[in-house]
Write a protein that binds this ligand. Structure first.
Ligand code: HPA
Length: 173
C-alpha cells in the first residue's frame, strides 16, 4: 500500500469492551495500543527504503486524525468512545482474568488484530487511523457469556453509523 502511494490507512476492527462504561455497538477511536501478541511484525531484516530499524511508536495514531474523527462524529451526531486497544492473538476470546489484566494495563478494548498493521504502517511513514466497533463487553465485564453470533449482531447494528463515519472521514483526508 505504501508503495502504491497510500498515505493514510484506516484500520477497523471488532473488539470487546474492557472499559465498563462501553456498550455493544459503540465505536471507539483508538488513541494508542498495547501489543500483547507475543510478536513484533518488524522482526527480521529491515527494509531501510521503507522505514528505520527502531521506529518511534510514541504516536502511532496521530492526534491530528483522532481530532478529525471526533469532530466528524460531532458533526454527524455519532457518539464516539476513545481509548487504548490491546491486542492478543486469539482465536479464543479472553478469560475474565485476562480481561482484568487488560484493564489493569490500561486497555479500554481488546481484540485480535490491527496492531501489526498499525505498527508496519507507522514504520513505513503512513498516517494511521484506528476505529474499533465494540461488539460485546469483554469476558467478565458483563455477566453474559460471549458468542461469535452476538459479536456479529452488534457489528451489524453499528454498521450504518460506522460506514457513515468512515465515508465522511475519508472525504476530509
Ligand atoms: N475479545 C477479542 N476480540 C474480540 C472480542 C472480544 O471480546 N469481541 C470482538 N472481537
Amino acid at each position: 500500500m505504501k508503495k502504491l502511494g497510500v498515505k493514510t490507512i484506516i484500520i477497523t476492527n471488532a473488539a470487546g469492551g474492557v472499559n465498563p462504561s462501553f456498550n455493544p455497538s459503540d465505536l471507539m477511536v483508538i488513541t494508542d495500543h498495547i501489543n500483547l501478541m507475543g510478536q513484533n511484525p518488524l522482526i527480521g531484516e529491515n527494509d531501510d527504503a521503507m522505514g528505520v530499524r527502531f521506529p518511534d511508536m510514541s504516536e502511532v495514531y496521530s492526534s491530528e486524525y483522532i481530532d478529525l474523527i471526533k469532530k466528524t462524529g460531532d458533526e454527524l451526531g455519532i457518539d464516539l468512545q476513545e481509548g487504548v486497544y490491546l491486542a492478543l492473538t486469539g482465536p479464543s476470546y479472553e478469560t475474565p482474568a485476562e480481561v482484568r489484566m487488560a484493564r489493569t494495563l490500561g486497555a479500554d478494548a481488546v481484540g485480535m488484530s490491527t496492531v501489526p498493521e498499525a505498527m508496519v504502517a507507522k514504520w513505513a511513514g503512513m498516517n494511521v487511523i484506528g476505529i474499533s466497533c465494540i461488539c460485546n463487553s469483554a469476558a467478565g465485564v458483563s455477566t453474559v457469556g460471549l458468542s461469535h453470533e452476538d459479536v456479529i449482531n452488534a457489528a451489524n447494528k453499528a454498521k450504518n453509523k460506522f460506514k457513515t463515519l468512515v465515508v465522511e472521514v475519508i472525504k476530509k483526508l
